[in-house]
Design a protein around this ligand. Structure first.
Ligand SMILES: Nc1ncnc2c1ncn2[C@@H]1O[C@H](COP(=O)(O)OP(=O)(O)OP(=O)(O)O)[C@@H](O)[C@H]1O
Length: 315
């Protein structure tokens, strides 16, 4: 996707977004409600027409060759799209046939896709008699039935239990390991870490940060070595900013685990009064809140952090 933009009336849902999802990679889309995640997926899936920019799926333009593009992708939207009176098997076979699979092949894929999502024991049950988490698994399986090379999963773990979440995450990792490109949105940040996904943070319709979790934490988190003393902390001669709070010193440094020896060496006699040392690494949650200004429902009005971060990315 290059320069993709979409407005609804006066609302800019997506603002000149560039994004590439390579084969075998998972891009985790993070953003507050209204940040533009669903709009981005809908544009890729060809459900919504962009006002600007170019979007291609495996070289097929989603606007000029929508059918060819669509054949290569599987979409599990946020809203469940299953048929309640049909059994799980009938739901899956129906979608297999819609995707162009016939007879034996459709039946084989139905069984195949059910297995990793723990649906095998539920195949003859009407979808209306499944729990919410089970229904979401069926919904996800339907998006995977034709072995798409690009999978778009919009909050696939909304409302599911811990076990289902773990199973889904494991299966998505497997798909990526087999070469599938995955775009995965979630509000649950630890999931992004479990997926080992490349992160794209959306805010007000713009991608304001991109990189692995480690990259983002290193670039945008407040990492530090924390030293607690009995009595007054000493003055330290170090090449990084040091702040003092009561009996604690914080040495702010990008990769604290690499400099602890140097910090300890600078203590001199004060080392005898050191009562604790801790490497402080911020979580992805901290970084996300910092990047997005900790605001909910960002909707194009708040670009406070955007320019700074973009300048950094282009540097
Ligand atoms: N059909 C529509 N008509 C008008 N405005 C829309 C429409 N769809 C989305 N929007 C607006 O576009 C912006 C982006 O919405 P989008 O659904 O893409 O956000 P999101 O990041 O997926 O949010 P959530 O996490 O709540 O699902 C929001 O301001 C939303 O109100």
């Amino acid at each position: 996707m290059r320069g993709a933009g979409k407005s609804y009336g006066g609302t800019t849902a997506l603002d000149h977004v560039d994004l590439e999802i390579a084969e075998g990679t998972i891009v985790g889309l993070l953003g507050h409600n209204g940040a533009g995640k669903t709009t981005l997926m809908s544009l890729i899936a060809g459900l919504v027409r962009p006002d600007a920019g170019e979007i291609e799926v495996l070289g097929h333009s989603v606007t000029r060759h929508p059918r060819r593009a669509r054949r290569e992708l599987g979409l599990a939207p946020q809203e469940l799209g299953i048929y309640p009176p049909l059994t799980v098997r009938q739901n899956l076979q129906f979608f297999a046939e819609l995707a162009g699979l016939r007879g034996k092949e459709a039946r084989r894929r139905t069984e195949e896709v059910a297995e990793p999502l723990a649906l095998t024991g539920l195949m003859d049950r009407p979808a209306s008699r499944l729990s919410g988490g089970q229904q979401r698994r069926v919904h996800t399986a339907m998006a995977l039935i034709h072995r798409p090379r690009l999978v778009l999963l919009d909050e696939p773990t909304a409302g599911v239990d811990v076990e289902t979440r773990a199973r889904l995450v494991a299966h998505v990792r497997e798909l990526a390991a087999q070469g599938t490109a995955v775009c995965y949105s979630t509000h649950y940040l630890p999931e992004i870490e479990d997926l080992a996904a490349d992160v794209a943070v959306l805010h007000g319709g713009r991608v304001i940060a991109r990189g692995s979790v480690d990259d983002l934490v290193r670039r945008h988190g407040d990492s530090a070595v924390e030293l607690v003393f009995s009595g007054t902390p000493p003055e330290l001669d170090l090449p990084w900013p040091v702040t003092r709070q009561g009996d604690t010193l914080l040495v702010r440094v990008e990769q604290p685990h690499l400099v602890t020896a140097q910090v300890l060496a600078a203590l001199g006699d004060a080392a005898a009064r050191l009562s604790a040392l801790r490497v402080v690494r911020p979580s992805l949650d901290n970084v996300f809140l910092r990047l997005t200004g900790g605001q909910h429902g960002g909707n194009g009005e708040d670009h406070a952090n955007t320019d700074r971060i973009e300048a950094e990315q282009h540097a």
